[in-house]
Write a protein of this length. Structure first.
Length: 124
């Protein structure tokens, strides 16, 4: 059965920040190149708990990309920490939050661990 996917181009460009929603799904996804994060960091979605992935260049030529997976009670606060950390050299980010803001810390931690598990399985 088909699903409705809505992509909102936040700055009106195909390569800029985007918000994604799937019909009948309780989550939202926000993608942004690092260069555009400061333009959208004050959106309300950044104030929510969620899980996030930071994508950067690989440190090992055996891999196509490097992904850092994390969770936060407040995406904005955590992202600001990453932005100010010179060791977090990422080029893109995506994060997932709940539409209804009813997600619990334990649910977020489960989703984070599941993403890490999937990433490790994909690596082998």
């Amino acid at each position: 059965m088909g699903k409705k996917l809505t992509i909102y181009m936040i700055d009106g460009t195909a390569y800029g920040p985007r918000l994604g929603e799937i019909g009948n799904w309780v989550g939202k996804a926000i993608y942004s190149p690092r260069a555009a994060v400061n333009k959208i960091i004050n959106r309300t979605e950044f104030d929510n708990p969620g899980i996030y992935c930071l994508k950067g260049d690989p440190t090992d030529e055996a891999f196509d990309e490097k992904i850092y997976i994390g969770e936060a009670e407040n995406i904005k606060s955590r992202l600001k920490q990453h932005l100010s950390d010179p060791n977090k050299d990422f080029k893109e980010l995506i994060f997932f939050v709940s539409k209804d803001e009813l997600i619990t810390k334990s649910q977020i931690r489960y989703l984070e661990s599941r993403l890490v598990q999937l990433a490790l399985e994909a690596k082998t």
